[in-house]
Write a new protein. Structure first.
Lengths: 320, 385
């Protein structure tokens, strides 16, 4: 134990490096702008009441408000009424920093809509990827046909192509088809995952041939074999692939930024973060970090729920 | 009627001819074993019959109809695999039900829940459930129906695989070494059960094995395959007592057969170890043939016996005693089956003389083909009978 202290030290250091940004993100999402700027208040901040200046300036009383309020403050001068109204507005606009940050996150941008967009996009990408990759991987692993090696060579070759290299041609194709600013633009380019095909093919290679022959004897066609025999035996591998696919596309900022230009209804969660960039009056780090926290939470919750099976899937894909 | 015909089937993988023209007719309800050493093409032949592999040339007929252009699923054959090949994600009951579901239910009825929601599906699935139970009862695996294959022992898995094959009524059963993963005791037991099952179902069985005991005990006929050919196909008795080829005689034996070189003279007279035998053969040329003598064809004889040597090894099996005798002029030892009462005379090192029953002697020509035309010849001076 004591001899291994340096291993633990390295692990702890590594953990700190990995955790630090998350720690900062969550912590900032709790704090008031002042605390963030001055770097004080510990993890949760002091949670003192703060005043939202923007809210106050929006509620600044004009002449009509003062006239309307004169009944409530009988026998007072206009100025006195004004200061009273401003004080009222201030107390109405003051709240705890957490509440401020998170309400801002949801009110400043339609974050809920972005989250639903994110779910719709990532889930459809993954489902279509699976529908394409499973039969393709089955054919590459278990069927004999002319040119199989060549096709598999192409799959390997495609693994080497970086996404960013083909982004522009893809964009042009989509633009020519008039598909930019649609859900299709977010989903379609990702539906054929060579990585998925490769991963599932490697897994299917380990499925014994006898099992497939038995299925044929039992009266299954080739597609029935894919869905009724290969898919259920490949659940761990498919889960491993699901992690890669869903995490990658949920967090993707690059591609949605390119194909969704005007229409905010199509924004995915990472694009939501842009709503807070470079706001004129002071830094909006608090709400921004609150948004970021909201965005990563679904992934973390999903991971915790399915942790055991995920780890199974990862180690398995690592072995093969 | 579901007789099965294999007509001149050949199979070539890349550059090697695995099957070199195999023909075999199997009658309705017959139990035929395919035996042969590893790699002789048994599994390949079975898979061609099943439709899992395409033959290079030749024809497969089921009930008189050629099935070469039918898929495996449409040939109505059941197959049991050496590895059992159970669906790991399905329970035993579901495993057995798969062939019925794929055949009796429509695509719609097979959808999850549809079996419960559609009235027609409900009736069909109740019938399937009943049939699965019947099959499970026959194989005594009813108590395992809810388990997954991973929770079963080898013998239990083997039964489930059998159940999945016999739950529907196929034209024929194809079994590829179904017992090779079982331990010796279970193998003997299951062997008897499969034979019983065959008698009960009266179905056509093609049974691949490389274990000749299995073949001898279970089959109506045995087809001995070697090097991509069927050397002989006959009843177990015929194969044992009257083999066509030296390889068949050597392969099918409880104890290794003794092969002794014999000289065939011009007139057909046989000489063993430079001694004239009271046997001659008709219609064979001059040359060196082989005389096959099973251990039980040999018996102890006196000083004048044609084969003489001394005991080098004994195996006492209780009911019988096997003795290996070293003969000076032979490279290989000669094995003799003796009665345990003869133990005294067969001490290690003691000299023995052996003679054989001419009726049980198997003579083969230099190429290994059997020479059947043996005649007794009488010795010039009477030696030992
Ligand atoms: N798909 C294939 N491609 C190339 N050669 C093959 C293929 N399948 C079988 N063979 C070859 O064909 C020959 C016969 O194989 P087969 O499996 O029929 O033997 P077997 O008699 O069943 O042997 P065993 O008793 O070991 O199961 C072997 O030499 C094998 O290497
Ligand atoms: Mg085999």
């Amino acid at each position: 134990m004591t001899r291994d202290w340096w291993k633990h030290l390295i692990l702890i250091l590594g953990m700190i490096v990995v955790i630090a940004p998350f720690y900062l993100m969550v912590s900032y999402s709790f704090k008031s702008p002042g605390e963030i700027e001055r770097g004080e208040g510990g993890f949760f901040g002091r949670q003192e009441l703060m005043v939202d200046e923007r809210c106050v300036s929006l509620r600044a009383p004009d002449r009509k408000d003062i006239a309307a309020a004169s009944q409530r403050f009988p026998g007072q001068t206009e100025n006195a009424i004004r200061t009273a109204l401003i004080a009222e507005a201030k107390s109405a606009c003051s709240m705890r920093p957490v509440v401020f940050n998170y309400t801002k996150a949801f009110s400043e941008a339609p974050l809920l809509r972005y989250l639903l967009n994110g779910i719709a996009v990532t889930v459809s990408i993954f489902l279509i990827q699976a529908v394409v990759a499973l039969p393709a991987a089955y054919a590459l692993a278990k069927l004999k046909f002319w040119g199989r090696e060549a096709v598999f060579g192409l799959v390997l070759f495609c693994l080497l192509i970086p996404v960013h290299a083909i982004a522009l041609p893809l964009y042009i194709i989509l633009a020519k088809l008039g598909l930019t600013n649609t859900y299709a633009a977010l989903v379609v380019p990702w539906t054929i995952s060579v990585f998925g095909i490769f991963l599932m093919r490697q897994f299917f290679m380990t499925v014994p041939d006898d099992l497939i022959d038995a299925a044929r004897m039992d009266g299954m066609g080739e597609f029935a074999i894919v869905w009724r025999v290969m898919l259920p035996t490949a659940i761990p591998a498919l889960l491993a692939f699901a992690i890669f696919s869903i995490v990658a596309h949920w967090n993707d900022y690059f591609w949605p930024r390119i194909v969704v230009t005007g229409n905010r209804d199509l924004f995915t969660p990472p694009l939501g973060l842009r709503e807070f960039k470079g706001d004129g009056d002071g830094s909006y780090f608090g709400p921004m970090m609150a948004t970021a926290t909201v965005i990563v939470t679904p992934l973390i919750v999903a991971f915790l729920l399915a942790q055991k099976r995920f780890i199974e899937g990862i180690t398995l894909s690592g072995m093969k | 009627m579901t007789e099965l015909s294999i007509v001149n089937v050949t199979k070539r993988f890349d550059e090697t001819d695995v099957l070199k023209g195999v023909s075999l007719d199997i009658a309705d309800g017959e139990f035929v074993s395919l035996v042969g050493p590893s790699g002789c093409g048994k599994s390949t032949l079975l898979r061609i019959i099943a439709g899992l592999e395409a033959q290079t040339s030749g024809d497969i007929r089921i009930a008189g109809q050629s099935v070469v252009d039918r898929r495996a699923a449409d040939r109505n054959l059941s197959m049991v695999f050496q590895s059992y090949a159970l669906y790991p994600h399905l329970s035993v009951a579901d495993n057995i039900a798969v062939p019925l579901k794929m055949r009796r239910l429509s695509r719609l009825q097979r959808l999850p829940l549809a079996a419960r929601l559609l009235p027609s599906g409900r009736a069909a699935s109740r019938k399937i459930e009943y049939d699965v139970h019947q099959a499970a009862k026959m194989l005594e695996i009813e108590h395992l129906l809810n388990r997954k294959p991973g929770q079963l022992s080898g013998g239990q898995r083997q039964r489930v695989a059998l159940g999945r094959a016999l739950v529907r009524e196929p034209a024929a059963f194809l079994l590829d070494e179904p017992l090779s993963n079982l331990d010796a005791k279970l193998r003997v037991q299951t062997r008897a059960e499969i034979a019983q099952l065959h008698r009960r179902l009266r179905a056509t069985f093609v049974y691949v094995t490389h274990d000749q005991v299995e073949a001898m005990t279970m089959s109506d006929r045995i087809a001995v395959m070697m090097g991509g050919r069927i050397l002989q196909c006959a009843t177990p008795e015929t194969i044992y007592e009257d083999p066509d080829h030296i390889d068949v005689a050597e392969f099918i034996c409880a104890h290794k057969i003794n092969i002794l070189p014999v000289e065939i003279a011009d007139d057909g007279q046989l000489h063993l170890l430079d001694r004239r035998l009271e046997l001659s053969v008709v219609g064979a040329g001059r040359g060196v043939g082989s005389l096959g003598l099973r251990p039980e064809a040999l018996r102890l004889a006196g000083e004048n016996a044609p084969i003489r040597g001394h005991v080098v090894h004994r195996e006492n099996l209780g009911a019988e005693l096997f003795v290996q005798v070293e003969v000076a002029a032979l490279k290989e030892r000669v094995t003799l089956r003796a009665n345990p009462e003869q133990r005294r005379a067969l001490q290690l090192g003691s000299p023995v003389g052996l003679e054989f029953d001419p009726a049980k002697a198997l003579l083969f020509d230099p190429h290994g083909k059997r020479l059947r035309q043996l005649r007794p010849t009488f010795a010039a001076k009477p030696e030992v009978a």
